[in-house]
Design a binder for this molecule. Structure first.
Ligand code: NAP
Ligand code: MG
Length: 401
């Protein structure tokens, strides 16, 4: 059969450890035999990031802006241990942080639901998509470890020299301090990305913060969302038969637990980080969570929500067998290929993405899966496959569809 041709390259961001191994297997078994794959390749593996002083990450983000669609493998965010392990020149920043900052995007995470892997929360019938603001707050903080007695103040100096000054605390002994910020511009982009994605996917949008306690900071998020909704989206939401509502985060958590799913839950940066891990764990496995970064200008970057699965990689290096779940990484590729197909009007590419997703889910439903899923499935007599054989099984399923 002739391979599917592409017109515009996908931005391909390779990564680290076990996910880098899966990346190559997915390309070899599931993509290259069927698609004349056109990518602009960026090696975000830690070694090459170090070699290029992290320029490769910046370049890959620029390429994403240029072409509009990227697919990314999980990457190591260096810490002290990685400094020695990879003999790094510097503790390079998180690639995801760099890419998010460049695209000013919002991260949407949706669990992949499949028969036999039931969410712990029994009433969740449809996936809950978490929209995480990807700029500022505690991720761009300034911290001080207060050595002892003294006064902490919050000072803003305007361009003309005028000051706003508030006392934070009069310390009578050692303590800690943290300064965080956000900008109206970034919050507005976040709001628009959420409203747009809700319309695109025809789902209700919930937004929650702690505005009762944070009367200026969190309240500002609430006000900006409401203003943009009223001015720009209300009519379209009503026409689409979907709803936007704001509630206190405590209330949102309580409602989420009782809801049926099938909506988007927008969260500030930290809440989104934590709540997306909760939703994905409740849906079975971190390895069953997709993630897409959407910029206000309509640029998309697809990835798996999990990390590089270091523990499995070390086993792999020792020659031991691994059973690492490649589903979220496969869905990162299908998401990107489908979007590329949509933008370029290539129907075959969109159909291929649908088919590969279907084959992946059917393989699991047929009882063939990796160890992480085998441990939690309600299916009986399942076959536990190793990393490579799971991917081969998906290929067989796809060939038979
Ligand atoms: P991780 O790679 O997400 O893995 C944590 C544990 O979750 C694994 O040890 C494994 O549990 C399970 N797991 C995750 N993905 C799995 C999969 N696909 N199949 C089967 N099991 C899976 O997190 P980490 O070990 O804390 O982080 C490793 C590296 O990833 C770090 O250097 C971190 O900086 C990086 N990271 C990158 C991203 C990203 O690029 N998006 C995100 C998070 C972390 P068992 O060991 O019990 O089997
Ligand atoms: Mg997290």
């Amino acid at each position: 059969m002739a391979k599917i041709t592409m017109t515009t390259p996908l931005v391909e961001m390779d990564g680290d450890e076990m996910t880098r191994i899966l990346w190559q297997m997915i390309k070899d078994e599931l993509l290259l035999p069927y698609i004349d794959l056109k990518t602009e390749y960026y090696d975000l593996g830690l070694e090459y990031r170090n070699e290029t002083n992290d320029q490769v990450t910046v370049d890959s983000a620029e390429a994403t802006k240029k072409y509009g669609v990227a697919v990314k493998c999980a990457t190591i965010t260096p810490n002290a241990a990685r400094m020695t392990e990879y003999d790094l020149k510097e503790m390079w920043k998180s690639p995801n942080g760099t890419i998010r900052a460049a695209l000013d995007g919002t991260v949407f995470r949706t669990p992949i639901q499949v028969k036999g892997i039931d969410p712990c929360v029994k009433n969740w019938k449809a996936p809950i998509t978490l929209a995480r603001h990807a700029y500022g707050d505690v991720y761009k903080n300034t911290e001080i470890k207060v050595p002892g007695k003294g006064k902490a103040e919050l000072v803003f100096t305007a361009e003309d020299g005028t000051e706003i000054r508030e006392t934070i605390h009069e310390f009578d002994g050692p303590g800690i301090l943290q300064g965080i910020h956000n900008t109206d511009k970034s919050i507005a982009s976040f709001a628009r990305a959420c409203f747009g994605y809700a319309l695109d996917t025809r789902q209700d949008l919930w937004f929650a913060t702690k505005d009762t306690i944070s009367k200026k900071y969190d309240h500002n998020f609430k006000d900006i969302f409401q203003e943009i909704y009223d001015k720009e989206y209300k009519d379209r939401f009503e026409a689409a038969g979907i709803e936007y509502f704001y509630t206190l985060i405590d209330d949102a958590v309580a409602r989420v637990m009782k809801a049926e799913g099938g909506f988007i839950w927008a969260c500030k940066n930290y809440d989104g980080d934590v709540m997306s891990d909760m939703v994905s764990s409740a849906c079975g496995s971190l390895a069953m969570m997709t993630s897409v970064l959407v910029s206000p200008s309509g640029v998309y970057e697809y990835e798996a929500a999990h990390g590089t699965v270091q523990r499995h990689y070390y086993k792999h290096l020792k020659g031991e067998e691994t059973s690492t779940n490649s589903v979220a990484t496969i869905f990162a590729w299908t998401g990107a290929l489908r979007k590329r197909g949509e933008l370029d009007g290539i129907k075959e590419l969109q159909e291929f993405a649908d088919k590969l997703e279907k084959a992946t889910l059917k393989t699991i439903e047929d009882g063939k899966m990796t160890k992480d899923l085998a441990q939690i499935t309600s299916l009986e007599n399942v076959t536990v496959l190793n990393s490579q054989n799971f991917i081969k099984a998906i290929r067989e399923t796809m060939e038979a569809l």
